[in-house]
Design a protein around this ligand. Structure first.
Ligand SMILES: [Zn+2]
Length: 205
């Protein structure tokens, strides 16, 4: 009996550990984002992603045209959920800055009344416009993001906002921008839509 109980406990531990494998790294990242927002990080040297997150967070904290487009300050909660899932990877197509893929879950942020979704995978291309302005493998310049040159603070914020617009549903029941998958032209129209709402605020950062 005693042995059986021990076995049951051991089994439970295995199940618990494997079940939390993924969310543990997400929880770690969630804690990291919380720390970033404290005063202690004010004068610290930040990674491009940390800086872009803080810039975007502060932009959505204000009452401005951009935050209103994103359903208000509550959109910061969706930004957090998105950023804690973001992973930096090498994606061979340098035209891809950030890519979300796989199945997605439809969710509701009840307190803020925001309907949103999160994709299974969200990746930043370490060889794309978030980090680079030149692609070494094909010796080509990486195109601007909207009107912002690649590998700049402004371009990174616009890239995060573009993805966030794919995740939040508007009051008309549609995602703030339509899915653009592998349609580069539609993707750039979507970037223009977001820049139209947020460009001024991004320039003022
Ligand atoms: Zn897109």
């Amino acid at each position: 009996m005693k042995y059986q109980a021990l076995l049951a406990i051991a089994l439970l531990l295995v199940i618990t550990t494997s079940g939390f494998g993924k969310s543990l790294s997400q929880e770690k990242q969630r804690g990291h984002l919380q720390m970033l927002r404290t005063e202690a990080f004010k004068n610290m040297r930040l990674t491009p992603l940390d800086q872009a997150y803080l810039d975007t967070y502060s932009l959505l904290s204000g009452d401005n045209q951009c935050s209103r487009f994103f359903a208000g300050r509550g959109s910061r909660l969706i930004l957090d959920e998105f950023v804690i899932r973001l992973r930096v990877r090498v994606i061979s197509e340098s035209g891809v800055g950030i890519r979300m893929s796989g199945t997605f879950a439809n969710l509701v942020e009840h307190r803020e009344g925001i309907v949103y979704r999160l994709f299974e995978q969200a990746e930043i291309n370490s060889h794309g416009a978030f980090y680079k302005s030149f692609n070494l493998s094909d010796a080509r310049l990486i195109p601007d993001i909207g009107r912002f040159p690649p590998d700049t603070r402004e371009a990174r914020v616009l890239m995060l906002l573009h993805e966030l617009a794919h995740l939040i549903k508007g009051t008309d029941g549609r995602w703030l921008i339509p899915d653009d998958g592998s349609d580069a032209q539609l993707s750039s129209i979507n970037t223009q839509t977001v820049e139209c709402k947020c460009g001024e605020n991004i320039r003022a950062l």
